[in-house]
Design a protein. Sequence first.
Length: 107
Amino acid sequence: MSMHSLEVSELDRPLYVSQLVAANVRAEAARRLLTQGDLARALGVTQGAISMKWTGRRAWKLDDLGPLSELFDIPLSQFFISDMNKDARTMSSVSSVHRLGLEPRTL
């Protein structure tokens, strides 16, 4: 079987840093109900410029991420963390809550 005949599924493809950052910007904006226009105003650029980055046609610049981290009130490093790592941290927090007996009572 030649290397050219192998197909790589969407799940097996590597996630590039620029894609990860774009996905995290979209997720953080959605959590805060912010639009592309809101981000454009915060960065002092056009909505069209944000749209190019939002859709992955252009990569986010590192200089954009500082103001976005302030807008989203998150550390800059959060843009570079995959969902799998976020889920692991959330699960760790949930298990800590259960272990310490801090979960709400159920009726």
